[in-house]
Design a protein around this ligand. Structure first.
Ligand code: AVJ
Length: 320
């Protein structure tokens, strides 16, 4: 198929995913402005335990984190990858500002609107905080970040965002981080831990329908931005958890045989009845796997912070 106009990356990725067998879409495209808002609804529901766990961890360990991040009381950059609404990070930011720690907060997010909202909130709630905001995907932004200041850095990669990466992406990501991170830098990285199937499936297939709406919004985005005609009502949302591998997968399944026209691709996509689109991986880990990951990319674990239920860990890594 010859394309007359140049396709956007979103169009290309959509084309690639919907012509693959089995079909897939990339989770980074969940976060248009609407999707970022739906994700905030997800984080606020009790079934989505990840946010509560990390809230608990950051609240209980803010003082220790402050000591570990700001060791030599020299100015450092606190760089957050995927800052979103910043609600959890604000626990640390407030505590650090109150204690007159010298640092800049650098927030990186794929959603421009999320960035703007966070900027506004921080300006009123923490006017003394020095901030910088960057919009883009992790990989592009990390390259740009590559030493734009000489300050030592503490990277935050919270929320088990790492769980979204397929193995090869995770490899690229951790290799790149490992290259950027210097001897006095640190990385606080969140991992959702393997646990009972019931708990996980309730978080990813919630009774309020937020997760379903989050997934369907990806199709809505394709409709809007790529001029397509998905009838979202004909797709159901399904989540699977594999207790051995820790893979949690989300799908949208076509309820009937149908064709969808995607204007920007000048093409139809055909669905069989019950054919799935693989929407998202939310990988779960155990402590041994986390240890292995750290080691294989040249890091040592300085400390693991866990919640009272042992559902989640924020792992503090240093360069060996
Ligand atoms: C933002 C990738 C951590 O996988 O748990 C939540 C996204 N998807 N519910 C996750 C998500 C469905 C979330 N991460």
């Amino acid at each position: 198929m010859e394309q007359i106009t140049k396709l956007s990356t979103f169009a290309k990725d959509t084309k690639k995913g919907l012509s693959a067998h089995p079909k897939f879409l990339l989770p980074k495209y969940f976060y248009d402005d609407k999707g970022s808002k739906i994700f905030q609804d997800i984080m606020q529901m009790p079934e989505y335990y990840l946010t509560d766990c990390e809230f608990e961890i950051l609240t209980n360990h803010q003082t220790e984190m402050m000591q570990l991040f700001g060791q030599e009381s020299t100015l450092f950059d606190l760089v957050e990858l995927g800052s979103g609404d910043g609600l959890k990070t604000k626990i640390l930011l407030k505590h650090f500002v109150k204690n007159k720690i010298r640092f800049n907060y650098v927030a990186i997010d794929i959603s421009h609107e999320a960035n703007e909202m966070l900027e506004r909130k921080l300006r009123t709630e923490l006017p003394a905080l020095k901030t910088e905001f960057k919009t883009g995907d992790y990989f592009e932004m990390m390259n740009a970040l590559n030493r734009d200041s000489d300050n030592s850095k503490v990277f935050l990669f919270l929320g088990s965002n790492i769980g979204n990466f397929m193995e090869d992406e995770r490899h690229r990501f951790l290799s790149q981080l490992s290259k950027i991170i210097r001897r006095n830098d640190k990385l606080l990285i969140g991992f959702d831990l393997k646990k009972s199937k019931e708990v996980i499936l309730k978080a990813y297939n919630d009774p309020h329908g937020h997760t379903r709406a989050f997934n369907l919004n990806h199709l809505v985005r394709i409709n809007k931005e790529l001029d397509a005609n998905f009838d979202t009502e004909t797709f159901r949302h399904v989540a699977h958890y594999n207790e051995d591998s820790g893979e949690t997968k989300s799908f949208l399944v076509s309820g009937k045989k149908q064709s969808v026209y995607i204007g920007a691709l000048e093409n139809n996509v055909h669905f069989l009845k019950d054919e799935p689109i693989y929407m998202e991986l939310s990988q779960k880990f155990d402590l041994e796997e986390i240890h292995q990951l750290a080691r294989s990319y040249g890091f040592a674990i300085e400390k693991n912070f866990t919640d009272s239920r042992n559902y989640f860990v924020d792992s503090l890594w240093i360069k060996k």
